[in-house]
Each structure stands twice: as C-alpha cells, then as structure tokens.
Write a protein that binds this ligand. Structure first.
Ligand code: ADP
Length: 179
C-alpha cells in the first residue's frame, strides 16, 4: 500500500483511506457493494467477480438466494488475496426520505459484524451506494466512517483495520475531509 494512505486511530484499531482498486488489496476480507439478487453487476461488484473468478458466483448461488438491502452475506475470496468477500447491499438513493441513510449504515454494520464473526482483523470496503445507486458521497462518507469507528470500538471485535478503498481522487478527498 502506498504512502498516500491516510490513517486515523480508533479504539484499538484504525481507519485507513486509500485510493485503490479494492481487488488488489491484501486483507482478510473485502466488502463488495452487491445488489439484492447477488447476481453480480457493474461497478465494484463486476470488478470483484472478475478478479475473484467463477467460484464466487458458484458459492453465492449455492448458499444464498438473495440479500435484502441493509444486510450482507459472506463467501470465500476465490482468486483474490482476501480470504473472504462480504457482499453488502446498500440502498438505491431515491430522495433521502426513504430511510436511505439508516439502510446504508445497516449495510456497513452487517458487513463489519460478519467480518468479526469470521475473526477478520483487516478489512477493505468500497464506498457503498455512491456509484450506480446514486447516494450522495458527502452524505455517505460520514455514515461509512461512523459505522467503521463503531465497529472498531465494539467490545470483543476482531477488527483492527478498516480501509476504505476509494476509486478516485475526488472520492478520496471527500472521505479525507470527513476523517
Ligand atoms: P453501488 O451500486 O453500491 O452504487 P458501484 O459499484 O456502482 O456500487 O459504486 C460504488 C463505488 O465503488 C463507486 O465510487 C465506484 O467508483 C467504486 N468502484 C468501482 N470499482 C471499484 C474498484 N475496483 N475498487 C474500489 N472501488 C470501486
């Protein structure tokens, strides 16, 4: 990981911000911004499935039918360096009056809980919902990092480092301002 990593200590761990393609990171678990049907798609979902290989979709089909918004499921990491992929479903942005902020927080919480249940120490997450799902990043960044901070401060958590892998300098800047 490069020197452009921004870090903030939280509890016994830390939140890190990195401009990176999440599929290249060596962490215990990678979070995927999935959709309810777990059918793969564009954006980071497509990138993770391409990099992980067909085993990921096979396992999803075998173990899960769908995943409601705000929740998450876990599979192996396929060909990724990560041991697990945690498929979390964020909300599609409508107008902000349909519970979108709480659903986004729930998606992150579900992902972090699963990671800790699987004894993960390091985890990388993209900024869920801000791409195809249209969630404004200015609102998403504090929700994402608030959920990460709460997860790192939770008693008994295995998590020690949560890295947000931002795909553009502009996205990284918004997260850095919030950090
Ligand atoms: P959603 O449907 O939840 O909005 P998207 O995949 O469309 O999910 O976008 C979520 C964020 O992930 C966007 O900011 C997008 O630029 C980013 N993204 C896309 N590919 C990658 C990648 N390989 N690594 C990290 N982030 C990525």
């Amino acid at each position: 990981m490069g020197s452009d990593r921004l870090i903030r200590p939280v509890g016994e761990g830390r939140i890190a911000l990195l401009r990176a393609d999440i599929t290249t990171l060596t962490v215990d678990a990678v979070v995927n911004a999935a959709n309810q049907s777990l059918a793969g798609g564009g954006g980071v979902d497509g990138a993770i499935h391409r990099a992980a290989g067909p085993e990921l979709m096979r396992e999803l089909r075998e173990r899960y039918e769908r995943c409601p918004t705000g929740s998450a499921v876990i599979t192996g990491g396929g060909r990724l360096a990560a041991r697990y992929v945690i498929h979390a479903v964020g909300p599609r942005w409508r107008d902000g009056n349909h519970g979108e902020p709480e659903l986004l927080a729930q998606a992150y919480r579900s992902a972090f809980t699963l990671a800790s249940e699987h004894s993960c120490t390091t985890l990388a997450a993209p900024s869920i919902s801000i791409g195809i799902y249209g969630f404004p990043i200015d609102l998403a960044a504090p929700i994402a990092m608030g959920a990460a901070a709460a997860a790192l401060e939770a008693p008994g958590t295995s998590l020690r480092e949560i890295t947000f892998a931002l795909f553009s300098d502009a996205d990284l800047e918004v997260f850095a301002r919030t950090l």
